[in-house]
Design a protein around this ligand. Structure first.
Ligand code: NAP
Length: 308
């Protein structure tokens, strides 16, 4: 039988909570401390490539400009340009307030979401995520917190980040509304979510998977070996991404993003660059032609072994 080498399909949009979201998202983790004029340039660049799904979190800015500062910067932008708000699908997260690692109690998540709304200068977030699982809050209570936020109209949908599949299922067990989003770390380098059930569960339960650090925090762009990583293994992955970049006459970053976009779970990579030009260039991912052999070659290079 001849190998199927047709190009894998990469769509530009997918549904989320009754709306259409672009298949690229823009992430605000590194945005804190940016002047509002530059925030506007980045959001405009994101919208120009269809990235209307904006990802932020209460904690973004902590350790630098300050806790809440990424949301505050974004809020300043919304204050200046309120008409853009409805073009965006806004995701924020709560449940991490240093020095406490995690708190998903009703009181904490409610207060966190309300504070986010004030900073973001909006009366609702589209999706509110529990940032990381809190081992000391039962799933029933965390679900109650999320349900109340939805009932109050402050939040349209809810989801989780860094949850295992079992934790996601346990939370869902106590919720009357379906979780809308799951947000694992996922890239051609950090491939765990492909194998731990996250993407399988996302497909059966209808969750939109947002991939955080889709360029492995920049390592897949710069080629700089992540700390603690096996140099040879990482070099092989870079070589494989470069091979496909060359045949597509595009950048390695676009191939790395396309690799995520081509997966059938409808992954939405969250772009993290602070350069408006690089945000625009990310759209080149939609033009990458990749077949099954290319896709598996990248995975095998990342894993350092052939598929069984
Ligand atoms: N849920 C969670 O726990 C969690 C955790 C981490 C992140 N996130 C979300 O995921 C988003 C993306 O994460 P990330 O920022 O780590 O994403 P990423 O896209 O993997 O990495 C972004 C980094 O790569 C660099 N980069 C990108 N393109 C480059 C290029 N062509 N050449 C050189 N450097 C390049 C950027 O630097 P420049 O700015 O200089 O381009 C930036 O420092 C965050 O903003 C956040 O919204 C969520």
């Amino acid at each position: 039988m001849k190998a199927d080498l047709t190009a894998l399909e990469i769509t530009r949009e997918r549904p989320l909570l009754g709306r259409r979201t672009g298949r690229l998202s823009y992430g605000c983790w590194r945005l804190a401390g940016t002047p509002v004029k530059e925030v506007a340039e980045k959001i405009d660049a994101a919208l120009s490539v269809g990235a209307n799904l904006i990802d932020t979190a209460a904690i973004y800015g902590f350790g630098g400009a300050g806790f809440g500062e990424a949301e505050a910067m974004f809020g300043e932008f919304i204050g200046d340009r309120p008409s853009v708000r409805d073009d965006l699908i806004l995701v924020t997260k709560g449940g991490i307030t240093p020095p406490l690692p995690y708190n998903s109690s009703v009181d904490h998540l409610t207060a966190s979401c309300e504070a986010s709304l004030k900073r973001l200068r909006t009366d609702r977030v589209d999706v509110f995520l529990i940032h990381r699982p809190d081992l000391l809050t039962g799933h029933e209570e965390a679900a109650r917190a999320l349900s109340r936020l939805v009932e109050s109209g402050k939040v349209r949908g809810v989801g989780v980040s860094n949850y295992t599949v079992e934790q996601t299922r346990a939370l869902q067990h106590f919720l009357d509304i379906p979780l809308a989003v799951t947000q694992p770390e996922l890239s051609a380098w950090a491939t765990g979510a492909l194998f731990d059930g996250t993407l399988d569960h996302a497909q059966t339960a209808g969750l939109l998977p947002m991939a955080w650090s889709p360029l492995a925090g920049g390592a897949l762009a710069t080629g700089v070996v992540p700390s603690g990583a096996d140099e040879e293994l990482f070099g092989d992955l870079i070589g494989e991404l470069d091979r496909l970049a060359e045949t597509n006459d595009t950048s390695r970053e676009c191939v790395a993003l396309a690799w995520l976009l081509a997966h059938p779970a409808g992954i939405v990579p969250i772009i993290g660059t602070q350069s408006a030009d690089r945000i625009r260039s990310a759209a080149g991912a939609f033009d990458v032609t990749m077949n099954r052999r290319d896709w598996y070659a990248i995975l095998e290079a990342s894993l350092g072994k052939h598929m069984p």
